[in-house]
Design a protein around this ligand. Structure first.
Ligand code: NAD
Ligand code: ZN
Length: 350
């Protein structure tokens, strides 16, 4: 099989040929049809996350081992199955759930493998889908497409799923006004999901007017370019001069987190999702005085992925795939994402 691997942090991706594996026991071999290119692949390529104050969290300290094949938004056709597999057959079109856990920690026991203490996620801690074949450890990590468009389905394993988890968290206080920061792969899914499952008026913020226009087409009630220094004032004014009930920050860098905190009303709810990183100083008394909630959201569980597939099947959400690359062009795919040239999501078709 042919895979594209990251040899080490910031090294050019390399095309590698290896023997196509034969699935054993519960394993399934998937012939990859499309794999989404996520901003998290970029963080993996860069070797980690910006912690702020000159600090850097290396992914190798979190258990990543290079070389690694990235790609966690995998859709394909079942090519071969191990001897214990039932319910999945050769030829089935499937979406892969990549957030694989240990199966025994407290999170895994309640079905939240995405929050596992010792994660084994595909395309991060083990080889993923930038490859013509992907070996999936167990058939329970597959969901049949059953009518969902294969390329759109890629988004439902990460960008859609993460947005779904985050928007559900933001909806806990039944917001009248919900601010979504970032109109990239995650944010655009967030806008559609927010319009589908909350009653909130959605205010979307980005630095890029074209992405904001797309957010509007996808249902955002208000769009604002945060290059405008008056952005936080404008948001508060839209929110009846009280501020936003909830903010979901799909960027989560110092300027966006500060904006989120600045526009949050009393009893507000801030959900931090992006991994752009950095650090901010906070005045502590405002947190109890305003009784705000600040929480994180990380990907989502298998059940949520299946729920989301149902929303896509009904046409309630329509993931946007704007660009396609071959495996040989994986470097260009990541460079284009870094240069903010991708609208919605790009996929690689091996
Ligand atoms: P993307 O590159 O597709 O989109 C990022 C968007 O943010 C772009 O539209 C860009 O214009 C906008 N942006 C950047 N800086 C901004 C700023 N200062 N103010 C306003 N807008 C700004 O990225 P993506 O795939 O949507 O991922 C977004 C982030 O979420 C990444 O850091 C990614 O690693 C992370 N992520 C987190 C999870 C999770 O589970 N928490 C899952 C997947 C991705
Ligand atoms: Zn992702």
């Amino acid at each position: 099989m042919k895979s594209v691997r990251i040899p080490g942090p910031n090294e050019k991706l390399k095309v590698v040929e290896s023997e196509t594996p034969k699935p054993q026991d519960n394993q399934v071999l998937v012939k990859v049809k499309a794999v989404g290119v996520c901003h998290s692949d970029l963080h993996l390529w860069e070797g980690g996350y910006d912690l702020g104050d000159g600090q850097f969290m290396k992914v190798t300290d979190r258990g990543v081992k290079y070389p690694v094949t990235p790609g966690h938004e995998i859709v394909g056709t079942v090519e071969d199955i191990g001897s214990n597999v039932s319910g999945i057959s050769r030829g089935d079109q499937v979406l892969v759930y990549p957030w694989i856990g240990c199966g025994v920690c407290p999170a895994c026991k309640v079905g939240n493998e995405n929050l596992c203490d010792t994660p084994k996620s595909l395309g991060v801690f083990q080889d993923g889908g930038y490859s013509d074949y992907s070996l999936i450890p167990h058939s329970k990590y597959l969901a049949k497409l059953d009518g969902v468009d294969p390329e759109s389905a890629t988004s439902l394993a990460c960008s859609g799923l993460t947005a779904y988890t985050a928007i559900k968290k933001s909806n806990q206080n039944s917001p009248e006004f919900l601010v979504i920061i970032g109109a990239g792969g995650l944010g655009l899914m967030g806008v559609q999901i927010a319009k589908a499952i909350t009653k909130a008026k959605v205010i979307c913020v980005d630095l890029d007017d074209q992405k904001l226009e797309t957010a509007k087409e996808m249902g955002a009630d208000f769009i604002l370019n945060s290059k405008d220094p008056e952005t936080s004032k404008k948001i508060i004014s839209i929110c009846n001069n009280k501020g936003a009930d909830s903010v979901v920050d799909f960027v989560n860098a110092p300027p966006t987190a500060k904006l989120g905190l600045a526009v949050l009303r009393k009893r507000g709810n801030l959900v931090l999702v992006g991994l752009f990183g950095g650090s901010i100083e906070m005045s502590l008394v405002t947190i109890p005085l305003k009784s705000i909630i600040i929480q994180g959201a990380y990907t989502g569980n298998y059940t949520d992925m299946v729920e989301l597939m149902d929303l896509a099947r009904k046409g309630v959400i329509n993931p946007m795939i704007s660009k396609r690359y071959s495996l040989d062009d994986a470097n260009a795919a990541l460079e284009d994402l870094k240069a903010r040239k991708i609208l919605g999501r790009a996929v690689i078709n091996p």
